[in-house]
Design a protein around this ligand. Sequence first.
Ligand code: GDP
Ligand code: GDP
Length: 473
Amino acid sequence: MKKQKSPQVIIIGRPNVGKSTLFNRLVGKRLALVDDQPGVTRDRRFGAAHLIDMEFTAVDTAGWEDDDPSSLPGRMRAQTEVSLKGADVALFVFDARAGITPLEEEIARWLRGENVPVVLVGNKAEGKTGDAGLLESYALGLGEPVPLSAEHGEGMVELFEALQPLLEKAEPEEADGEIQPPEVDVPVELDENGEVVDGKHNAFAPLHLAIVGRPNAGKSTLVNRFLGEDRLLTGPEAGITRDSISVDWVWDDAKTGMKRPIRLVDTAGMRKKSRVTEKLERMSVVDAQRSIDYAEVVVLLLDATRGLEAQDLKIANLVLEEGRALIIAINKWDVAEEPSSLFNGIRGALEEGLAQLRGVPLIAVSAVTGKGLDALLNAAFEVREAWSRRIPTSALNRWFDDALAANPPPAPGGKRIKLRYITQNKTRPPTFVVFGTRLDALPKSYERYLMNSIRRDLDFGAVPVRLNMRSAK
Ligand code: GDP
Ligand code: GDP
């Protein structure tokens, strides 16, 4: 494959608006920096960035931070004119919470005089907190702002939509109409305990998806349905380990018009079934175990004509114990009888069978007609986002104070157990540490209260969450 010069996207803005955070999110783990301009890297960082199926070089100008902000515009002209000339698009980032300051106006005036397309980005816009700032920013005369949260990975789709037409224009014509397979990077990394190694999450890295379920639930039919359309880009290949198989494909999301890379990992339906083991019911648990190891999100496929069985709960439990994000799909919906009572019946039986399944996405699908499959894949990307989310420590502790106030820890023997502080030390799955004193006396029920409140109040849904208690001396 011939290497083409990748388009350059320069990230600019006053200090502290989140330029580096956005840079890191776009570049993710690929921080093998392209140091092609020695001497200027103190002021600029270059990184190979990836947004959905788009690749470009991101240029972070965080080096300005070291300077006195009041002298920024002058310095910016001197330092940045050079790099701006080389850029195909400028991302002009402002802090949507702080709104528009005189520095933004200055930068906007300058940018309007330059011959580079600008995408205006209102960062820190998680929740509704940035609405006023976003409105203000129209006055800059740079068009509609893209609201996003670089820290939480929200709004990246909107950023993609704003950037894509500009980068397409910048890109040299392809020599031929050949489709390039998506860049599929390393499988989920596992440490010696089989835990997913916590790396920087890239929202647009291929989704590692496993489909599990009892024999005859329709796993093979579903995989074929996915791959049968023009989605298959690479054939089945020996994948992550000797005995696992994965297939990479690109899901064409008709609703948003986006192409999203997915890796189906070690799906039993893709393997040649051994005639001996095929009939053994317990094999589906063994199969599931292996798939789960390599997945970020696991779809448990139920059979609408059979309802929920004990085996299904066993697999669901396994997925959550392994800390993977779970979705449950009821397949064969095309032949389901009394669909609405069936659906509610299964929802109830799931929650009754396993309390942790409260809030798990439950989706009716048909591998034969294709019903519900886009909803299923959308849900899969959503739960991966939650599974990979990091809650900033300050927000987390604000929540923690409220949770403790609403239901204070008990005081066995008249001595109160003190819980001081909480941090999230890991994502994928979200893992929290609570520091406190007299923790041996803390009842398990209180830990469960905290865990359930985290999931409910911080929007983790049914994503498995881990909570560790640590003594603060
Ligand atoms: P830069 O100086 O423009 O490169 O800004 P940084 O990337 O260093 O971010 C400045 C501060 O804003 C840091 O404390 C970040 O954690 C915070 N920040 C960045 N992005 C967001 C966001 O999307 N939401 C919120 N609430 N804070 C953010
Ligand atoms: P697996 O053992 O889980 O891989 O299941 P298969 O994909 O082999 O499917 C088992 C049977 O269910 C086959 O006869 C399929 O044709 C049928 N099947 C799978 N999906 C559907 C569906 O959505 N609707 C209907 N009506 N039948 C389905």
